[in-house]
Design a protein around this ligand. Structure first.
Ligand code: PBG
Length: 309
């Protein structure tokens, strides 16, 4: 990269993706003393954004969020790509490196349309296309009906207004980044575990691009990286995909990490949860936690999880 060429940061085009890209640019400029023009935001249309009417799990999964940006990276049309780590596949191509994880936002989910889970009327329709949220909800409230709902934050709120569902969930982090803090009711993540890697922004670059890796290392937030890598190791151990109802919360306790992880049957009838305490950087411990969860699960629940081995 010539000295004065802009650093090209690829991003999806949704309002949330753009807000995250702006945050990444601001952090890069602050870390390197650059003015804004040194970082060029390059919006790319992702397949996942073109198909809005079917659940993500049915149309190709998380790869639909990264495919185009992966290609643009490989072709050298961008230097780095910004992602919600929650949406990034567990197994990434060797040619791509997760070069930075930004400081994590609030990991909680927010409930919209009711003041609490208990307050949702008997038999009401709750909109979610996330297998985790559906299973958690049915575990707590088997009387409710889960209906599919997709689209960006604004679309989902509009669908709720239009009566397509009585209640729905959104990630607090997405709302905060869109300047919508305080919308809905925050569900305590200790009671309602978030998705692995929820609320984390990651920036990827070519594994061969040492210059980009050095530039991005300046905005990497080690505590957030440690949590996210541990949660991704859990997913790896579970063979987890976006079909799999998996929840996890990692907190820092002194020098250690404590992870609570849960897997569910899709109908929420079965929930298996365990805790593990381990040193940051130890990825074997969350993999073992995954193995322990699967060992404890009845065969018909374990069958919903794959294997990357
Ligand atoms: N599944 C889509 C998605 N991917 C990341 C976020 C929110 C931001 C984050 O968790 O980092 C959302 C929206 C949501 O779940 O409400």
């Amino acid at each position: 990269m010539p000295d004065n060429a802009p650093f090209r940061l690829g991003t999806r085009r949704s309002p949330l993706a753009m807000a995250q890209a702006h945050e990444a640019r601001a952090r890069l400029c602050a870390a390197h003393g650059w003015d804004e023009a040194r970082v060029e935001l390059v919006p790319v249309i992702a397949s996942g954004d073109k198909i809005q009417d079917r659940p993500l799990a049915d149309i190709g999964g998380k790869a639909l969020w990264t495919r185009e940006l992966d290609i643009w990276l490989a072709e050298g049309r961008i230097d780095a790509a910004v992602h919600s780590m929650k949406d990034v596949e567990t197994i990434r191509p060797d040619a791509i490196a997760i070069a930075a994880i930004l400081p994590r936002e609030d990991k909680a989910d927010v409930l919209l349309g009711a003041t609490s889970l208990e307050a949702i009327p008997q038999g009401a329709k709750v909109g979610t296309s996330a297998p985790r949220r559906a299973a958690q909800l049915l575990h707590a409230r088997p009387d409710l009906e889960v209906v599919g709902i997709r689209g960006n934050v604004a679309t989902r709120m509009a669908k709720l207004q239009a009566g397509e569902a009585d209640a729905t969930f959104l990630a607090a982090a997405g709302l905060a980044r869109l300047g919508e803090k305080g919308v809905g009711v925050r569900l305590d993540p200790e009671d309602w575990l978030p998705a692995p890697a929820q609320a984390a922004i990651g920036i990827e670059c070519r594994a061969s691009d040492e210059e980009a890796q050095a530039i991005l290392a300046a905005i990497d937030h080690a505590p957030s990286r440690e949590e996210v890598l541990a949660e991704r190791a859990l997913l790896e151990g579970l063979g987890g995909t976006c079909h799999s109802p998996i929840a996890a919360l990692t907190r820092r306790e002194g020098d250690a990490l404590r992870m609570t992880a849960a897997i569910y049957s899709p109908d929420g009838a079965i929930r298996i949860a365990r805790d593990a305490i381990f040193a940051p950087g130890d990825l074997d411990a969350p993999r073992q936690l995954a193995a322990d969860l699967l060992a404890e699960a009845p065969a018909h629940v374990a069958a919903h999880f794959g294997s990357f081995a």
